[in-house]
Design a protein around this ligand. Sequence first.
Ligand code: GAL
Length: 313
Amino acid sequence: KIGISVYDQYDTFVSEMMKDFNDYATKKEEETGVAINIDTYNASASQSTQNSQVENMITEGCDVICVNLVDRTDPTAIIDLAEKNNIPVIFFNRELVEEDLERWTRLYYVGAQAFESGIMQGELAAEAFLTDQSLDKNGDGIFQYVVLEGEAGHQDAIVRTEYSVSTMIDSGVEGEKLGYAIANWNRAQAQTKMAQLMSQFGDSIELVIANNDDMALGAIDALKASGLTKDEWPAVIGIDGTVGLEAVKNKEMIGTVYNDKEGQADAMLNLAYELSTGSDLSDLNLIDGKYIRLPYARVTCDDVDSYMEGDTE
Ligand code: GAL
């Protein structure tokens, strides 16, 4: 019996990962003949709600608990509850600090390495600028950019932005930051913020670096609403390979970085299964006995087809 609590069931990446998790669980049941029961809870962005949900999962007799923390700096109540009841916890996607993960032996983390996605995004942006002169609208040899950031304090927001920009510069492209806005991974918020950035910086924006695909699409919504023609748009780049794939295919985005939700869902299911059945974890290649991190991948219109629905497994 697996209990799961997600920080927000309407988050695109997390909900798609959950769908994959359930599909892998069905496959695993077929393979092993072991019934897998999954109870999924939505914490609706409240850490105290999530803490009560974990308490509930323990009362309900879950063998293992998977937690997508609301506040990644506040896992204490969950860790204490789990340790007291000796139920292993797999944290995923929203990474707690190492000191917290070290607080008890039966705590694990499944996710990715945030800096890797930033590096790939920076490489893609640099390659686009160096190969397509039309992206340098004012012809000054500098890529003028704005950033749409995910939640303040999220490892993937802070680290992606930093590495994306530094990699672009290391790849030989001079960048100039015009502005940024926090849009919490959210398409509608990104549209509003992008409209504001456009009214401030007009057509001097040559690149929109978005920390995820939903926000990249929000930027595109704003561009469409502005009445600019497509060749007047800045380049737009995302991360996740979820809702952005279609936009990469039709060249509204110059690229995205695939955040391997299938790999993460599969790894989490296997880890949950081994923890529940008391088997040995040695085949799972845990880093430091605690971490599983799946690699990201660069996606452009040349290879986007292999990432589109149904082709990624
Ligand atoms: C990131 C992902 C975002 C959002 C966030 C939620 O890894 O790229 O789109 O889902 O996790 O924690």
